[in-house]
Design a protein around this ligand. Structure first.
Ligand code: COI
Length: 357
C-alpha cells in the first residue's frame, strides 16, 4: 500500500511521566485515512494531521449506523521499544465486522499493514508509565450521500490513537456490575458477535441507568430468554466456580474478544480447567449463595483483566470474593500484562515488535 504522509506543523506536547491519561481523551498528532468508492476501490491512503473530517450530512453512518471498529494497544517495554498484542486477530475481526454490515470489504492484511505503519509513525506517543499504553482505534464507516436504503458504495477507513491509562477509574480494584433485566444488547443473527457501533448504541440506556445507580457497567443477558449471561459493556466475563473457570460460549451474540481468547489459552496453559458453555444468571447467583462462586472478572482490550466485586441482580447486591481480587484473576492479569509490556517472555508468539523510526 502506498501511503502519503503529511506531517503536522503544530505538534502537541506529549503527556509527560506521571500525567493523567483518562481513557480516550487525548489524541496523537496524526490520523490514518483511506477512501473507498465503487469506481476506484480503496485509494488515497494517507497519514495526515489529526483533526475534524468533513462529511456529507446524508452519509450512511449518520443515519443507519453503518460503521465497524476495532480496539487494540501498543505497549512500551522497559528497553524503550514498542510492541503490539495480537494485531492480526483485530484485523481479522474487522474484516468480519465490515462484511457483516456489507460495508466495502477490507482485507485483514490491509488493516494490519495500516495499523503497523501508522503505529510505527506515531510510536513516540506510546507512553511509558506502568499500566499505560497507546490505544489504537481502527474504524470503517459508510459515506454514501443519498439517504435511501441501498448498498454502500462509498466509505472511509481510519485509525486514530490515544495514550491511555486505566479504562475504569477503579483500576485493578473490583468493579460493581448490574445484571440487566430489561434491555438486551444483541440477538443471534444480529450483530452481537461483531464490533459495530449499533451494539454499543443499544447498550447506552441500560449503561446510563446502571451508572446513575452506582454501578460501573451492566452484564448483558441473552436476547431470547433473558436468562444466559453474555458479556459486560466493554468486556467478556469469566467466573470461577468450584475450581473451574467458566465463560459464556460464543453463541453468535457474544463478542469473540481477543483478550477473552488469550485468557482461555493462557489459563489452559497454566493447567486451569476452562469451560465455554451457557451459564445463567440464576446459576451464578446460586453459586454465590452456596459459596462455590470463588471469583469473577472481565476481559477486554480497554479493560484488560478487571475483577468483579459485586454483582447486582433482582434488587440484591451479591458480594464476590469479599470484594477483593482473586488468585486466578491476579495470575491472569500478571500473565497477560507481563507479555503485553514485555516483562515476561512471550511463549505464545502473540506480540509483534514495532520497528524504531
Ligand atoms: C475495547 O476494549 O477495545 C473496546 O472497544 C471497548 C470499548 C467500549 C472501549
Amino acid at each position: 500500500m502506498e501511503i502519503r504522509i503529511e506531517k503536522t506543523q503544530t505538534p502537541k506536547t506529549k503527556p509527560g511521566k506521571g500525567a493523567d491519561l483518562p481513557f480516550g481523551h487525548i489524541f496523537t498528532d496524526h490520523m490514518f485515512i483511506m477512501d473507498y468508492d465503487d469506481g476506484q476501490g480503496w485509494h488515497d491512503a494517507r497519514i495526515v494531521p489529526f483533526g475534524p473530517i468533513s462529511m456529507h450530512p446524508g452519509s450512511t453512518i449518520l443515519h443507519y449506523g453503518a460503521g465497524a471498529f476495532e480496539g487494540l494497544k501498543a505497549y512500551r517495554k522497559a528497553d524503550g521499544t514498542c510492541q503490539l498484542f495480537r494485531p492480526s486477530e483485530n484485523a481479522k475481526r474487522m474484516e468480519k465486522s465490515v462484511d457483516r454490515l456489507c460495508l466495502p470489504h477490507i482485507d485483514a492484511a490491509t488493516v494490519l499493514e495500516a495499523i503497523e505503519t501508522f503505529v510505527t509513525f506515531e510510536q513516540d506517543w506510546v507512553p511509558s508509565d506502568p499500566g499505560t499504553s497507546l490505544y489504537i482505534r481502527p474504524f470503517e464507516f459508510g459515506c454514501d450521500e443519498p439517504i435511501g436504503l441501498h448498498g454502500i458504495k462509498k466509505a472511509k477507513f481510519m485509525i486514530i490513537t490515544c495514550p491511555v491509562g486505566n479504562y475504569y477509574k477503579e483500576g485493578l480494584k473490583p468493579v460493581k456490575i448490574a445484571i440487566e433485566e430489561h434491555d438486551v444488547r444483541a440477538i443471534r443473527g444480529g450483530t452481537g458477535d461483531c464490533k459495530v457501533g449499533g451494539n454499543y448504541a443499544a447498550s447506552n440506556r441500560a449503561e446510563h441507568v446502571a451508572e446513575e445507580n452506582g454501578f460501573t457497567q451492566v452484564l448483558w443477558l441473552d436476547g431470547v430468554h433473558q436468562k444466559y449471561i453474555e458479556e459486560v459493556g466493554s468486556m467478556n466475563v469469566m467466573f470461577k466456580i468450584n475450581g473451574e473457570v467458566i465463560t459464556p460460549k460464543l453463541t453468535g451474540s457474544v463478542l469473540p474478544g481477543i483478550t477473552r481468547k488469550s485468557a482461555i489459552e493462557f489459563l489452559t496453559s497454566k493447567g486451569y480447567k476452562v469451560t465455554e458453555r451457557l451459564i445463567s444468571a440464576e446459576e451464578v447467583v446460586d453459586a454465590v449463595k452456596n459459596g462455590t462462586l470463588e471469583e469473577a472478572w472481565g476481559t477486554g482490550t480497554a479493560a484488560v483483566v478487571s475483577p468483579i466485586g459485586v454483582l447486582h441482580y433482582e434488587g440484591v447486591d451479591y458480594k464476590i470474593n469479599n470484594n477483593e481480587i482473586g488468585e486466578v484473576c491476579h495470575t491472569l492479569y500478571e500473565g497477560l500484562t507481563g507479555i503485553q509490556w514485555g516483562r515476561t517472555e512471550d511463549t505464545f508468539g502473540w506480540t509483534v515488535p514495532i520497528k524504531k523510526n
